[in-house]
Design a protein around this ligand. Structure first.
Ligand code: KIV
Ligand code: ZN
Length: 399
Protein backbone atom coordinates (compact mmCIF):
# COMPACT_ATOMS: atom_id res chain seq x y z
CA UNK A 1 0.00 0.00 0.00
CA UNK A 2 1.09 3.54 -0.81
CA UNK A 3 3.05 5.08 2.05
CA UNK A 4 1.97 8.69 1.60
CA UNK A 5 -1.29 10.58 2.02
CA UNK A 6 -2.85 12.64 -0.77
CA UNK A 7 -4.39 15.94 0.21
CA UNK A 8 -7.68 16.85 -1.45
CA UNK A 9 -8.53 20.45 -0.72
CA UNK A 10 -12.21 21.35 -0.77
CA UNK A 11 -11.94 24.92 0.54
CA UNK A 12 -13.44 26.20 -2.70
CA UNK A 13 -16.42 23.82 -2.60
CA UNK A 14 -17.35 22.57 0.89
CA UNK A 15 -15.42 25.43 2.52
CA UNK A 16 -17.29 27.95 0.46
CA UNK A 17 -20.54 26.42 1.73
CA UNK A 18 -19.80 28.05 5.12
CA UNK A 19 -22.52 30.60 5.77
CA UNK A 20 -21.39 33.98 4.45
CA UNK A 21 -18.24 32.67 2.78
CA UNK A 22 -19.15 32.85 -0.88
CA UNK A 23 -16.31 33.71 -3.23
CA UNK A 24 -16.34 35.18 -6.70
CA UNK A 25 -14.39 33.75 -9.57
CA UNK A 26 -11.34 36.04 -9.11
CA UNK A 27 -11.14 35.19 -5.41
CA UNK A 28 -11.42 31.47 -6.14
CA UNK A 29 -8.68 31.66 -8.73
CA UNK A 30 -6.37 33.54 -6.37
CA UNK A 31 -6.89 30.91 -3.66
CA UNK A 32 -6.47 28.04 -6.14
CA UNK A 33 -3.06 29.38 -7.19
CA UNK A 34 -1.96 29.47 -3.56
CA UNK A 35 -3.28 25.94 -3.00
CA UNK A 36 -1.22 24.76 -5.95
CA UNK A 37 1.89 26.42 -4.46
CA UNK A 38 1.08 24.81 -1.14
CA UNK A 39 1.32 21.44 -2.90
CA UNK A 40 -2.19 20.02 -2.52
CA UNK A 41 -2.82 16.99 -4.73
CA UNK A 42 -6.42 17.77 -5.67
CA UNK A 43 -8.41 21.01 -5.73
CA UNK A 44 -12.18 20.71 -5.59
CA UNK A 45 -13.00 24.00 -7.24
CA UNK A 46 -16.77 24.17 -6.85
CA UNK A 47 -20.19 22.86 -7.79
CA UNK A 48 -20.56 24.04 -11.41
CA UNK A 49 -24.26 23.38 -11.82
CA UNK A 50 -25.08 25.55 -8.81
CA UNK A 51 -24.58 28.86 -10.67
CA UNK A 52 -23.04 30.26 -13.85
CA UNK A 53 -20.52 32.11 -11.68
CA UNK A 54 -19.35 28.90 -10.08
CA UNK A 55 -19.13 27.16 -13.44
CA UNK A 56 -16.91 29.98 -14.67
CA UNK A 57 -14.73 29.84 -11.55
CA UNK A 58 -14.18 26.08 -11.91
CA UNK A 59 -13.42 26.43 -15.61
CA UNK A 60 -10.91 29.24 -15.07
CA UNK A 61 -9.16 27.20 -12.38
CA UNK A 62 -9.11 24.13 -14.64
CA UNK A 63 -7.59 26.16 -17.47
CA UNK A 64 -5.08 28.20 -15.49
CA UNK A 65 -3.94 26.33 -12.39
CA UNK A 66 -1.21 23.80 -13.04
CA UNK A 67 -0.07 20.99 -10.76
CA UNK A 68 -2.97 19.64 -8.74
CA UNK A 69 -5.76 17.55 -10.21
CA UNK A 70 -8.88 19.72 -10.61
CA UNK A 71 -12.27 18.34 -9.70
CA UNK A 72 -15.77 19.61 -9.01
CA UNK A 73 -18.93 18.21 -7.50
CA UNK A 74 -21.91 16.67 -9.25
CA UNK A 75 -25.01 14.92 -7.99
CA UNK A 76 -25.54 11.53 -9.59
CA UNK A 77 -27.45 12.95 -12.56
CA UNK A 78 -26.42 13.62 -16.16
CA UNK A 79 -26.89 17.43 -16.16
CA UNK A 80 -24.65 17.73 -13.10
CA UNK A 81 -22.05 15.35 -14.53
CA UNK A 82 -22.06 17.14 -17.90
CA UNK A 83 -21.63 20.47 -16.18
CA UNK A 84 -18.64 19.23 -14.14
CA UNK A 85 -17.09 17.68 -17.23
CA UNK A 86 -17.44 20.89 -19.26
CA UNK A 87 -15.94 22.88 -16.42
CA UNK A 88 -12.91 20.63 -15.72
CA UNK A 89 -12.17 19.06 -19.10
CA UNK A 90 -9.40 21.51 -20.02
CA UNK A 91 -7.38 20.80 -16.87
CA UNK A 92 -4.10 18.93 -17.21
CA UNK A 93 -5.40 16.38 -14.69
CA UNK A 94 -9.12 16.21 -13.98
CA UNK A 95 -11.67 14.20 -12.10
CA UNK A 96 -15.47 14.08 -11.82
CA UNK A 97 -16.66 13.84 -8.21
CA UNK A 98 -20.18 12.69 -7.57
CA UNK A 99 -22.27 12.31 -4.46
CA UNK A 100 -25.33 10.19 -3.71
CA UNK A 101 -26.71 9.23 -0.30
CA UNK A 102 -26.16 5.81 1.20
CA UNK A 103 -27.71 5.97 4.67
CA UNK A 104 -31.30 4.86 5.19
CA UNK A 105 -32.02 8.19 6.87
CA UNK A 106 -31.10 10.02 3.67
CA UNK A 107 -32.57 7.46 1.28
CA UNK A 108 -35.94 7.49 3.03
CA UNK A 109 -36.21 11.03 4.37
CA UNK A 110 -34.30 13.03 1.77
CA UNK A 111 -34.41 11.10 -1.50
CA UNK A 112 -37.73 9.40 -0.62
CA UNK A 113 -36.44 6.39 -2.48
CA UNK A 114 -35.19 2.91 -1.69
CA UNK A 115 -31.79 1.19 -1.55
CA UNK A 116 -32.19 -0.69 -4.83
CA UNK A 117 -33.08 2.39 -6.90
CA UNK A 118 -30.38 4.51 -5.32
CA UNK A 119 -27.76 1.88 -6.00
CA UNK A 120 -28.85 1.57 -9.62
CA UNK A 121 -28.76 5.35 -10.05
CA UNK A 122 -25.26 5.54 -8.57
CA UNK A 123 -23.92 2.79 -10.83
CA UNK A 124 -25.43 4.37 -13.96
CA UNK A 125 -24.03 7.78 -13.03
CA UNK A 126 -20.53 6.37 -12.48
CA UNK A 127 -20.61 4.51 -15.79
CA UNK A 128 -21.69 7.69 -17.57
CA UNK A 129 -19.03 9.79 -15.84
CA UNK A 130 -16.38 7.22 -16.76
CA UNK A 131 -17.44 7.49 -20.41
CA UNK A 132 -16.28 11.13 -20.17
CA UNK A 133 -13.36 11.12 -17.75
CA UNK A 134 -10.72 8.61 -16.62
CA UNK A 135 -10.91 9.67 -13.00
CA UNK A 136 -14.23 9.37 -11.19
CA UNK A 137 -14.75 9.76 -7.46
CA UNK A 138 -17.89 8.39 -5.82
CA UNK A 139 -19.03 9.71 -2.43
CA UNK A 140 -21.75 7.69 -0.69
CA UNK A 141 -23.15 10.55 1.35
CA UNK A 142 -23.70 10.00 5.08
CA UNK A 143 -21.64 6.80 5.03
CA UNK A 144 -20.90 7.37 8.73
CA UNK A 145 -24.54 6.55 9.57
CA UNK A 146 -25.18 3.93 6.89
CA UNK A 147 -25.71 0.20 7.19
CA UNK A 148 -22.19 -1.15 6.57
CA UNK A 149 -23.41 -4.08 4.46
CA UNK A 150 -25.27 -1.78 2.08
CA UNK A 151 -22.25 0.51 2.01
CA UNK A 152 -19.97 -2.41 1.00
CA UNK A 153 -22.45 -3.46 -1.68
CA UNK A 154 -22.59 0.10 -3.03
CA UNK A 155 -18.81 0.49 -3.09
CA UNK A 156 -18.30 -2.82 -4.85
CA UNK A 157 -20.88 -1.89 -7.49
CA UNK A 158 -19.55 1.61 -8.19
CA UNK A 159 -15.97 0.34 -8.41
CA UNK A 160 -17.18 -2.28 -10.85
CA UNK A 161 -18.84 0.52 -12.84
CA UNK A 162 -15.55 2.41 -13.00
CA UNK A 163 -15.11 4.58 -9.90
CA UNK A 164 -11.38 5.14 -9.34
CA UNK A 165 -11.76 6.75 -5.91
CA UNK A 166 -14.30 5.91 -3.22
CA UNK A 167 -14.68 8.69 -0.72
CA UNK A 168 -16.20 7.81 2.65
CA UNK A 169 -17.93 10.86 4.09
CA UNK A 170 -18.89 11.27 7.72
CA UNK A 171 -21.31 13.88 6.44
CA UNK A 172 -22.87 14.72 9.79
CA UNK A 173 -19.72 14.43 11.91
CA UNK A 174 -21.37 11.68 13.96
CA UNK A 175 -18.78 8.96 14.23
CA UNK A 176 -16.08 8.48 16.85
CA UNK A 177 -12.47 8.00 15.75
CA UNK A 178 -12.38 4.32 16.71
CA UNK A 179 -15.63 3.70 14.84
CA UNK A 180 -14.57 5.59 11.75
CA UNK A 181 -11.17 3.89 11.68
CA UNK A 182 -12.89 0.50 12.05
CA UNK A 183 -15.28 1.40 9.21
CA UNK A 184 -12.35 2.00 6.86
CA UNK A 185 -10.71 -1.26 7.94
CA UNK A 186 -13.99 -3.11 7.41
CA UNK A 187 -14.40 -1.62 3.93
CA UNK A 188 -10.96 -2.94 3.05
CA UNK A 189 -11.92 -6.34 4.39
CA UNK A 190 -15.42 -6.60 2.91
CA UNK A 191 -15.35 -4.94 -0.50
CA UNK A 192 -13.78 -7.56 -2.79
CA UNK A 193 -12.57 -5.13 -5.50
CA UNK A 194 -11.42 -2.36 -3.13
CA UNK A 195 -7.81 -2.68 -4.33
CA UNK A 196 -8.95 -1.14 -7.65
CA UNK A 197 -9.87 2.17 -5.99
CA UNK A 198 -8.20 4.70 -3.76
CA UNK A 199 -9.93 5.17 -0.40
CA UNK A 200 -10.55 8.79 0.49
CA UNK A 201 -12.31 10.26 3.54
CA UNK A 202 -14.30 13.42 4.16
CA UNK A 203 -15.07 14.21 7.80
CA UNK A 204 -17.24 16.96 9.24
CA UNK A 205 -16.62 18.63 12.54
CA UNK A 206 -20.00 18.69 14.26
CA UNK A 207 -18.54 17.09 17.39
CA UNK A 208 -15.03 18.48 16.96
CA UNK A 209 -13.74 15.11 15.73
CA UNK A 210 -13.14 15.71 12.04
CA UNK A 211 -9.35 15.77 12.28
CA UNK A 212 -9.21 12.81 14.68
CA UNK A 213 -11.56 10.82 12.43
CA UNK A 214 -9.49 11.63 9.34
CA UNK A 215 -6.31 10.48 11.04
CA UNK A 216 -8.02 7.32 12.33
CA UNK A 217 -9.07 6.60 8.74
CA UNK A 218 -5.53 7.06 7.45
CA UNK A 219 -4.23 4.69 10.13
CA UNK A 220 -6.68 2.12 8.79
CA UNK A 221 -5.78 2.42 5.12
CA UNK A 222 -7.37 5.58 3.70
CA UNK A 223 -4.81 7.34 1.54
CA UNK A 224 -6.60 10.53 0.59
CA UNK A 225 -8.02 13.11 2.99
CA UNK A 226 -10.53 15.76 2.02
CA UNK A 227 -10.05 18.87 4.09
CA UNK A 228 -10.20 22.66 4.02
CA UNK A 229 -7.95 25.53 4.94
CA UNK A 230 -8.86 26.76 8.46
CA UNK A 231 -11.34 23.86 8.67
CA UNK A 232 -14.12 25.94 7.14
CA UNK A 233 -17.14 24.22 5.60
CA UNK A 234 -20.77 23.33 5.97
CA UNK A 235 -22.05 23.88 9.58
CA UNK A 236 -19.09 23.29 11.97
CA UNK A 237 -16.78 22.76 9.02
CA UNK A 238 -14.49 20.07 7.65
CA UNK A 239 -11.25 18.55 8.84
CA UNK A 240 -8.67 21.30 8.83
CA UNK A 241 -5.94 20.81 6.24
CA UNK A 242 -3.25 22.34 8.42
CA UNK A 243 -4.11 20.07 11.34
CA UNK A 244 -4.16 16.87 9.30
CA UNK A 245 -0.92 17.77 7.54
CA UNK A 246 0.93 18.80 10.70
CA UNK A 247 -0.19 15.67 12.56
CA UNK A 248 1.25 13.54 9.76
CA UNK A 249 4.43 15.63 9.73
CA UNK A 250 4.96 16.03 13.48
CA UNK A 251 4.30 12.34 14.11
CA UNK A 252 5.94 11.07 10.93
CA UNK A 253 8.37 8.87 12.84
CA UNK A 254 5.56 6.76 14.23
CA UNK A 255 3.09 7.09 11.35
CA UNK A 256 5.42 7.01 8.34
CA UNK A 257 2.83 8.74 6.13
CA UNK A 258 4.08 12.04 4.71
CA UNK A 259 2.14 14.41 2.47
CA UNK A 260 3.43 16.58 -0.37
CA UNK A 261 2.53 19.85 1.36
CA UNK A 262 5.03 22.70 1.70
CA UNK A 263 4.06 23.44 5.30
CA UNK A 264 5.97 26.74 5.40
CA UNK A 265 3.16 28.20 3.29
CA UNK A 266 0.34 27.21 5.64
CA UNK A 267 0.07 30.49 7.56
CA UNK A 268 0.05 32.55 4.37
CA UNK A 269 -2.70 30.49 2.74
CA UNK A 270 -4.69 30.46 5.97
CA UNK A 271 -4.56 34.27 6.12
CA UNK A 272 -5.61 34.54 2.47
CA UNK A 273 -8.62 32.28 2.98
CA UNK A 274 -9.63 34.11 6.17
CA UNK A 275 -9.41 37.45 4.37
CA UNK A 276 -11.29 36.41 1.24
CA UNK A 277 -14.07 34.46 2.99
CA UNK A 278 -14.40 36.94 5.87
CA UNK A 279 -14.19 34.06 8.35
CA UNK A 280 -11.47 34.85 10.89
CA UNK A 281 -9.28 32.19 12.45
CA UNK A 282 -9.85 31.73 16.17
CA UNK A 283 -6.69 32.70 18.10
CA UNK A 284 -6.41 29.31 19.79
CA UNK A 285 -6.80 27.38 16.51
CA UNK A 286 -4.32 24.51 16.36
CA UNK A 287 -1.27 25.05 14.14
CA UNK A 288 -2.08 28.47 12.62
CA UNK A 289 -4.00 30.39 15.31
CA UNK A 290 -2.37 33.62 16.52
CA UNK A 291 -1.76 32.00 19.92
CA UNK A 292 -0.52 28.64 18.63
CA UNK A 293 3.06 29.62 19.48
CA UNK A 294 2.41 32.26 22.18
CA UNK A 295 3.40 31.55 25.77
CA UNK A 296 1.70 33.50 28.55
CA UNK A 297 2.17 31.83 31.92
CA UNK A 298 5.34 32.22 33.95
CA UNK A 299 6.01 28.49 34.18
CA UNK A 300 5.70 28.02 30.44
CA UNK A 301 7.64 31.17 29.58
CA UNK A 302 10.51 30.13 31.83
CA UNK A 303 10.49 26.68 30.19
CA UNK A 304 10.42 28.04 26.64
CA UNK A 305 13.16 30.57 27.35
CA UNK A 306 15.38 27.76 28.61
CA UNK A 307 14.55 25.48 25.67
CA UNK A 308 11.61 25.73 23.25
CA UNK A 309 11.35 21.96 23.24
CA UNK A 310 9.90 22.22 26.73
CA UNK A 311 6.57 23.47 25.37
CA UNK A 312 6.67 23.37 21.58
CA UNK A 313 6.17 20.23 19.49
CA UNK A 314 6.45 22.09 16.17
CA UNK A 315 8.56 25.05 15.19
CA UNK A 316 6.53 28.14 14.16
CA UNK A 317 8.79 28.54 11.09
CA UNK A 318 7.66 25.09 9.89
CA UNK A 319 4.16 26.47 9.35
CA UNK A 320 5.24 29.95 8.29
CA UNK A 321 4.29 31.59 11.57
CA UNK A 322 7.50 33.55 12.20
CA UNK A 323 8.72 33.13 15.79
CA UNK A 324 7.26 31.93 19.07
CA UNK A 325 6.00 34.79 21.22
CA UNK A 326 6.35 35.57 24.88
CA UNK A 327 3.19 37.41 25.88
CA UNK A 328 3.29 39.47 29.03
CA UNK A 329 0.32 39.04 31.38
CA UNK A 330 -0.27 38.97 35.15
CA UNK A 331 0.60 35.26 34.96
CA UNK A 332 4.01 35.98 33.43
CA UNK A 333 7.15 35.31 35.42
CA UNK A 334 10.19 37.44 36.12
CA UNK A 335 12.23 35.53 33.58
CA UNK A 336 9.84 36.50 30.75
CA UNK A 337 9.65 40.09 31.93
CA UNK A 338 13.43 40.37 32.00
CA UNK A 339 13.63 38.70 28.59
CA UNK A 340 11.17 41.15 27.03
CA UNK A 341 12.97 44.15 28.57
CA UNK A 342 16.24 42.83 27.17
CA UNK A 343 14.61 42.43 23.74
CA UNK A 344 13.70 46.10 23.95
CA UNK A 345 17.27 46.90 24.95
CA UNK A 346 16.76 47.47 28.69
CA UNK A 347 19.11 45.90 31.24
CA UNK A 348 18.20 47.24 34.67
CA UNK A 349 20.28 46.96 37.82
CA UNK A 350 18.75 44.75 40.50
CA UNK A 351 16.96 47.36 42.59
CA UNK A 352 15.51 49.07 39.52
CA UNK A 353 14.44 45.72 38.10
CA UNK A 354 12.68 44.72 41.34
CA UNK A 355 10.76 47.98 41.30
CA UNK A 356 9.92 47.64 37.60
CA UNK A 357 8.63 44.11 38.23
CA UNK A 358 6.28 45.35 40.96
CA UNK A 359 4.99 48.11 38.71
CA UNK A 360 4.52 45.65 35.90
CA UNK A 361 2.46 43.23 38.05
CA UNK A 362 0.30 46.10 39.25
CA UNK A 363 -0.33 47.29 35.69
CA UNK A 364 -0.86 43.78 34.30
CA UNK A 365 -3.65 43.18 36.81
CA UNK A 366 -5.44 46.24 35.50
CA UNK A 367 -4.66 46.21 31.79
CA UNK A 368 -5.31 43.40 29.30
CA UNK A 369 -2.56 44.10 26.79
CA UNK A 370 0.82 45.22 27.97
CA UNK A 371 2.40 47.15 25.14
CA UNK A 372 6.04 48.03 24.60
CA UNK A 373 5.04 51.62 25.36
CA UNK A 374 3.87 50.51 28.84
CA UNK A 375 7.20 48.80 29.47
CA UNK A 376 9.06 51.91 28.41
CA UNK A 377 7.06 53.99 30.86
CA UNK A 378 7.79 51.52 33.64
CA UNK A 379 11.50 51.65 32.89
CA UNK A 380 11.45 55.47 32.82
CA UNK A 381 9.76 55.61 36.20
CA UNK A 382 12.29 53.26 37.80
CA UNK A 383 15.06 55.36 36.38
CA UNK A 384 13.72 58.37 38.24
CA UNK A 385 13.77 56.41 41.53
CA UNK A 386 16.99 54.53 40.94
CA UNK A 387 19.12 56.77 38.74
CA UNK A 388 21.52 54.74 36.70
CA UNK A 389 23.81 55.58 33.85
CA UNK A 390 22.64 55.21 30.28
CA UNK A 391 24.46 53.78 27.32
CA UNK A 392 27.71 52.20 28.48
CA UNK A 393 26.97 48.91 30.21
CA UNK A 394 23.53 48.91 28.51
CA UNK A 395 21.71 50.15 31.56
CA UNK A 396 18.52 52.15 31.45
CA UNK A 397 16.61 53.36 28.45
CA UNK A 398 18.22 52.54 25.15
CA UNK A 399 16.81 54.53 22.27
O1 KIV B 1 -20.25 16.07 3.48
C1 KIV B 1 -20.39 15.39 2.46
O2 KIV B 1 -20.90 14.26 2.46
C2 KIV B 1 -19.95 16.00 1.21
C3 KIV B 1 -19.88 15.10 0.01
C4 KIV B 1 -20.12 15.85 -1.24
C5 KIV B 1 -18.54 14.43 -0.01
O3 KIV B 1 -19.58 17.14 1.19
ZN1 ZN C 1 -19.00 17.81 3.20
Amino acid sequence: MEQRVYIFDTTLRDGEQSPGASLNSDQKLAIAWQLARLGVDVIEAGFPLSSPGDFEAVQRIARQVEGPMITALARAARPDIDSVWQAVRDAERKQIHMVLSVSDIHIERKLRSNRRDVLRRGVEAVAYARSLCDQVEYSPEDAGRADPDYLYETLEAVIEAGATVVNIPDTTGYTLPNEFGALIASIRANVPNIDRALISVHCHNDLGLSTANSVAAVLNGARRVECTINGIGERAGNASLEEVVMILRTREKSLGLPTGIDTTRLAEVSALVARETGIPVQPNKAVIGANAFAHASGIHQDGVLKDKLNYEIMRPEEVGMGESRIVLSPRSGRHAFQFRLAELGYHLPEAAFARAWEEFLDLADRKKDILDRDLEEIVQSTQALFPHPLGEGRVGVVA
